[in-house]
Design a protein around this ligand. Sequence first.
Ligand code: SF4
Ligand code: SF4
Ligand code: SF4
Length: 168
Amino acid sequence: MSISIVIALIVIMLLTCIIGLLVSGQETSSHVQTLQKDIDEIENLLPQTQCRDCGFNGCRPYAEAIANRVADINRCLPGGIETIRSLSVRTGLDVKPLYKKTDKYNEPQIAFIHEEHCIGCVKCIAACPVDAIVGAPKQMHSVINAYCTGCELCIAPCPVDCISMIPA
Ligand code: SF4
Ligand code: SF4
Ligand code: SF4
């Protein structure tokens, strides 16, 4: 085999490798874009309560888990069966009952701070995932009713038990 043929073969092999890498890179990029679109669309179907009752750290992480097929579509308690149906249509996964029962979202509710007992420790502000509580250190705190999703995440951290849930 002449030297020119060997060089030609090496060039062909290199070109084949480069083309293969380019095609593979495009496929990966396309897959990532498709996954992001799936996550966005699934997240849009979730109620944005950010209550973490699904077992994930908010609606976006749950949407990511569904899109990656590591979580089922029946974990959003505030969304209830309507959200499960919507997720089923979007993902093609079967409708099934909520993964656990709760009375928490049967009636719309919001948090109420008994301001006369509030010591201004700010722990409820830190716990609220939707910034529905206003206040400053050592001053009384209040709930912005329009922002409160009724997730109850502020209840446990309050050291003086001055937060209650009331009908919305
Ligand atoms: S349970 Fe539903 S509303 Fe609550 S964080 Fe999870 S996906 Fe969001
Ligand atoms: S105020 Fe309490 S119940 Fe309302 S959204 Fe914030 S943490 Fe949840
Ligand atoms: S956690 Fe309770 S005491 Fe502390 S600021 Fe909030 S309402 Fe007030």
